[in-house]
Design a protein around this ligand. Sequence first.
Ligand code: GUN
Ligand code: FE
Length: 398
Amino acid sequence: YLVMEDGVIRGVYDRLPLEYATAPLVDYGQALVMQSFADMHLHAPQYPMLGMGMDLPLLEWLDTYTFPTEARFADTDYARRIYRRLATDLITNGTTRVCMFSSLHTDATWILMEELEQAGVTGYVGKVNMDRNGLPGILQETTEESVRETLRWLEGCHFDHVKPILTPRFTPSCTNELMMALGRLAQEKGLYVQSHLSENLGEIQWVKELHPDCQQYWETYAKYGLWTSRTVMAHCVWSDARERQAMRDAGVTAVHCADSNQNICSGVAPVRAMLNEGVKVALGSDIAGGDHLHMFDVVAASIRASKARRVLDNWETDFLTVPEGWYLATSAGAAYFAEQPGFAPGNHLHALVLADDDLPQPHPMTPQERLERAVYLRQGGAIRAVWSEGRKVFSAEG
Ligand code: GUN
Ligand code: FE
């Protein structure tokens, strides 16, 4: 029995405590009741290009496919249509928490936040800042415009479950003046920050040229006050021991994006090393560098990537186990939202209900085996219900 009161978990019990005997009860039979997912890095305006254009490395991929796709979100009707679909797809696939990039468009970003709120997705959404190396006149702001629009956007954010996060796209997209203004804003208002770090070797080289005073990529964020325990950094594929130490010392969360790292040939992130060293790690789909919105698939991809890493490391690092992968996709992301691991008492209820009774079984399966199976394989319509922040936001019965 999982007991919830006012959206908050009271406990998980073998036998229902007497004090709850008359409480309303939902019986999901033999289905698995599991934590729902936290997708800690994805790009909403790239959803239309999901599964397309992954034949170029990062910097060319951005210019050729990504920036033109994001430019379309100047059109608010288009934004409404795409973002409504994305919000629904997230919920029906069991993602109830996100840390998400919008585009640089203020109006479309509000629409995205509205649609997520409406569907029951919670978390952080950022209006992207980019005042250089975009597509001038098509997808790029002036420095002044970027700061002004960010302030206007922040003032218009009045959503219960979807909060703003500062989002300098990555160092090559933001002038020093803009980075300085965002760093000040983050400090003044205690805002959360998301960006990209050490994803691709060409990108890292470019950052070195842009900031000759910085020994490493992370210092280009630290220099402006954008490197704190409220910061999430996507990828960190090439972060060496020194950069990882800086993450650990500051309490920065690294978001591992295994699908994307493979799709655009960025590399294989050293996740095991990060975990061993005490760096906070969570998982992201990185739509649309990643091609799987479904976080079950992202868990499987992360485990596979860790096996590739093991081979590259001469079998000296261990791969991720299924429970570890599951933890990274759920509790590790939830920690960014100040929640305790698992269905801990005091957590807001974020859960999904998964049926697996229609799959052939080699023998009567333990719950652990059913979890493993679920990560790699689900039957059609497997997700029967989803709960977000204590609210039932999806039910297959309608
Ligand atoms: N670095 C800067 N922008 C992006 C983006 O949109 N996707 C990925 N994967 N990396 C980036
Ligand atoms: Fe990304």
